[in-house]
Write a protein that binds this ligand. Structure first.
Ligand SMILES: Nc1nc2c(ncn2[C@@H]2O[C@H](COP(=O)(O)OP(=O)(O)OP(=O)(O)O)[C@@H](O)[C@H]2O)c(=O)[nH]1
Ligand SMILES: [Mg+2]
Length: 205
């Protein structure tokens, strides 16, 4: 007897849920790095070389070794437990490209605001933006070498975040660390939006 679709196990019948996630934050905070670390496909990048022309326009203090910058967006994809396909959109960090944020953020389930404690105030515009839009977000502090370590509570206070906004440490170069940030964001966004997760929560991508 040939089995019809109705006899397949539930997991095999369900298509993964497509979810759009935005990765935002200030200039040079590690957005492109994070998308590249987790993407299971070759990430799309729109990097341009920082030239002398940008001196005085782009503030590269703290990231003086940075040679390129995102001018439109990053794009990558990661599947979690065959349940969710996360489409990752990294925003351009520099102020002169902020006009693109509305396009990038449209329809997103939630956002990661990456922060660098050496230049914490650079993530204020991203925090303000997602607060105003009502998009659930979490703050992930990318731990650059040499940067002073702060308590998460100190960072929460410094960014004037409500207690419901999760703050966590991460390393944008580490796959496990980036996956954990994504899992925390998806769970937070679903809870905030009152959505029920698929049968199993997206743990252990
Ligand atoms: N030590 C350390 N360096 C990092 C980390 N993440 C990124 N970098 C480096 O920091 C620089 C900035 O990284 P990008 O990923 O280009 O930053 P971005 O946020 O995409 O920058 P813009 O698009 O220009 O705003 C690069 O030289 C990375 O190699 C990190 O976790 N630790
Ligand atoms: Mg970038």
């Amino acid at each position: 007897m040939v089995s019809g679709p109705s006899s397949l196990p539930t997991r095999a019948r369900r298509l993964p849920t497509a979810v759009k996630i935005v990765i935002a934050g200030g200039f040079g905070v590690g957005k492109t790095t994070m998308v590249g670390t987790v993407s299971e496909t070759k990430p799309l990048r729109t990097e341009e070389i920082l030239t002398d022309e940008s001196v005085g326009v782009d503030d590269i203090s703290g990231v003086e070794k940075k040679k390129t910058t995102t001018v439109a967006m990053d794009f990558g994809r990661i599947t979690m437990r065959d349940e969710y396909v996360l489409y990752l959109f990294g925003t351009p960090g520099q102020e002169r490209f902020w006009f693109m944020w509305d396009e990038v953020a449209l329809g997103a389930l939630g956002a990661i605001v990456l922060a660098d404690t050496r230049r914490l105030s650079d993530c204020f515009p991203s925090v303000d933006y997602f607060e105003r839009r009502g998009t659930p977000f979490i703050v992930a502090v990318n731990c650059f070498q040499g940067a002073r370590q702060y308590d998460l509570a100190e960072i929460q206070l410094a960014l004037n975040l409500g207690p419901a906004v999760p703050v966590m440490l991460c390393d944008a170069r580490s796959l496990d660390s980036c996956k954990q940030v994504l899992i925390d964001l998806v769970l937070h966004a679903m809870k905030t939006r009152g959505l029920a997760p698929n049968q199993e929560e997206p743990q252990n991508a």
